[in-house]
Design a protein around this ligand. Sequence first.
Ligand code: FDM
Ligand code: MG
Length: 212
Amino acid sequence: RSGNGDSRGALVVLEGLDRCGKSTQSGRLLTYLKGLGHSTELWRFPDRTTSVGQMISSYLSSQSQLDDHTVHLLFSANRWEKRSLMERKLKSGTTLIVDRYSYSGVAFSSAKGLDIDWCKAPEIGLLAPDMVVYLNIPPEKAAERGGYGDERYEKLEFQRKVSHSYQVLHDASWKMIDACQPIEDIEKQLQEMVSDCVRICQKGKPLSFLWS
Ligand code: FDM
Ligand code: MG
């Protein structure tokens, strides 16, 4: 069901606050799609394995300080450095589940007070997701979940601002899931949404570009 040249993979993005369950759900979704015989990979941004990703990682763990604009552009560069591989994978029939993408870039940086259009500009021309799923959780509920780690953005006050930014940023095409539901219920809803999306992409839906 993959790699046969004329059916492409789907680009599925999961977004949400820290501790909303994105990583758990993307892992389960990977298992599900692979089980159906679809060639599927799980990606995440930031991709901390590249040299740009290491700069981001050291910033997030407060081992380095960077100007807000600078780190915004590093997050964007981290997506650009994976863009051609992403396109190749999709065109060869592999579905990509992506844990955070350009929307995190804009939501987190604009939560710091950066202009939203300035934040969106460096993302222009990246591949547009075929589906964005937002795992919706009140910031207070997320903070209760086994607590945050000690990374730079994992503070209730800041997550409230990020939540507001996501509300400004999202559009009618986003699939919203109530992330306070039991894990298995979320998993089921996600499976249905993504199955439809994968089918439509297989049938030849063209790739598109941000911001569309
Ligand atoms: N983050 C993530 C950004 O600020 N901009 C971005 O472009 C991306 C992809 O980095 F707080 C933030 C979101 C989060 C932090 O992400 C690290 P993970 O998913 O917790 O590794
Ligand atoms: Mg985190």
